[in-house]
Design a protein around this ligand. Structure first.
Ligand code: ZN
Length: 430
């Protein structure tokens, strides 16, 4: 593969994935393109060697599988996990607010975005809408992306906020609501958002029951730098890991059973039916095992021989903020995937699982790096430890090095994306 092609493809994937529902839709599109078929959760399952398929959980979690020739109780599952969501702002119910001659939308914060990066950006809305159907317990859902420059959160002039470059903190209820229209426009009433959704979907307003909608940045991603060595786009956390592992997954030629897992709601603690803190992974692995005609004992033996690469992004040493990094573990951009360690187990990596990952890097001819938090800093967590507490599977936490995690515009390196893809490709072929 040409060195920059994967990064260009990632940028396309991110540009068309403004929220987790689209991350899953675009994952499904690539899987279908490569011959994977959908298995519905409610259907009975019968599987055999060579079967390739996927399950979607509540529209924003996905697990795909590719079944090789070796018995799972002898070879286990080879799993790469990532998450489909990114931090930002979610539209509340009854969101229309009239203030200062303007219409603005009431939102709440989703996860931990860097607030200041969301101001003065051209924004729009994407998500899903629930629509009346003939079955009360099964409303239809449709994805929606309002493909126009619709919203903006304007800053306050520095003349009126002299503290903005010093010690100012944005209040999300007061300071961060996006504006949409002049209130003098008579068409923009209390029901305007529902009308907009209905006209986009070409349905009647009274068919709309509810929505999950998020703000997103309208600016497209780009490669930048003297040699276009950087990737500049939001949501690299965690679509970089999802997309590069997805590409390796669809190209993989499994011996045992390869699994691609992408859960939602990592940014808010993974507590949802489609999040990592749910029975999703265990239930679906067990269903694959039962579908292959295996006993409960054979399933548990398979777990004992399985391995999970929990992949999320990692913090690279920032040239303007070197003091926040650990004194001896300072991963840099462009130097390969990062193994993340934490004594408090906010990351799962230990001497065993990190050694497995180092072996995979060796096989892929890729260098890797180590990350620890400074001992006086708390740091983040991810899906690895949560998955391990639900299932007896050994796991490592790794990530692509990056800057500006949770900014509306994050920065990664082209070579790191390719390096991770190479490692996953090796993993999926063992
Ligand atoms: Zn993440």
């Amino acid at each position: 593969m040409e060195e920059k092609q994967l990064a260009r493809d990632l940028i396309d994937f991110i540009d068309k994935s403004p929220c987790s529902y689209y991350s899953v839709k675009n994952t499904v599109d690539l899987l279908e393109d490569k011959g994977f078929k959908e298995y519905k959760l409610k259907d009975s399952l019968s599987l055999k060697e060579g079967d390739k398929g996927y399950f979607v959980v509540n529209g924003s979690g996905i697990l795909a599988f590719n079944i090789g020739s070796k018995a799972i109780e002898d070879h286990g599952f080879s799993i790469v996990g990532s998450h489909t969501d990114s931090p930002g702002f979610r539209i509340k119910a009854n969101p229309i607010m009239k203030k200062a001659g303007l219409i603005k939308l009431n939102t709440e914060v989703y996860g931990g975005p860097i607030f200041s990066t969301w101001l003065d950006r051209v924004l729009s809305l994407a998500g899903r809408v629930s629509i009346k159907s003939s079955k009360s317990l099964e409303p239809e859902t449709k994805l929606i992306n309002i493909d126009k420059d619709l919203l903006i959160i304007p800053n306050l002039a520095i003349h009126m906020n002299r503290e903005v470059n010093k010690d100012f903190s944005y209040n999300p209820q007061n300071h961060l609501l996006p504006i949409m229209a002049l209130a003098s426009n008579e068409k923009v009433d209390e029901n305007y958002l529902i009308k907009l959704l209905a006209s986009e979907l070409a349905i009647n307003e009274d068919q709309i029951l509810d929505y999950d909608l998020y703000l997103y940045d309208r600016q497209k991603g780009s490669l930048l730098g003297a040699n276009e060595e950087f990737i500049s786009v939001g949501r690299q956390d965690n679509l970089s890991m999802l997309y590069s592992s997805l590409r390796a997954f669809v190209e993989g030629n499994p011996k045992g059973v390869n699994i691609l897992l992408a859960t939602d709601n990592e940014e808010v603690g993974s507590r949802s039916i489609q999040g990592a803190d749910s029975p999703m992974l265990g239930d679906l692995l067990e269903r694959i095992s039962l579908g292959l005609g295996k006993t409960r004992e054979e399933y548990l033996r398979a777990l004992a021989q399985s391995f999970l690469i929990s992949s999320d992004m990692a913090h690279a040493l920032h040239p303007n903020f070197e003091e926040v990094a650990d004194p001896t573990n300072r991963p840099i951009l462009g130097a390969g995937p990062v193994i993340k360690y934490a004594a408090n187990k906010s990351y799962t990596s230990d001497a065993f699982s990190a050694a497995v990952f180092k072996n995979l890097c060796d096989l892929a001819n890729v260098k890797c790096q180590d990350f620890h938090n400074r001992s006086d800093k708390a740091g983040g967590s991810t899906i690895g430890p949560i998955s391990e507490t639900h299932l007896s599977i050994k796991a490592v936490d790794i990530g692509g090095p990056m800057f500006a995690m949770h900014s509306i515009r994050e920065l990664g390196a082209v070579s790191d994306l390719l390096d991770f893809y190479k490692v996953v490709k090796v993993f999926y072929s063992l």
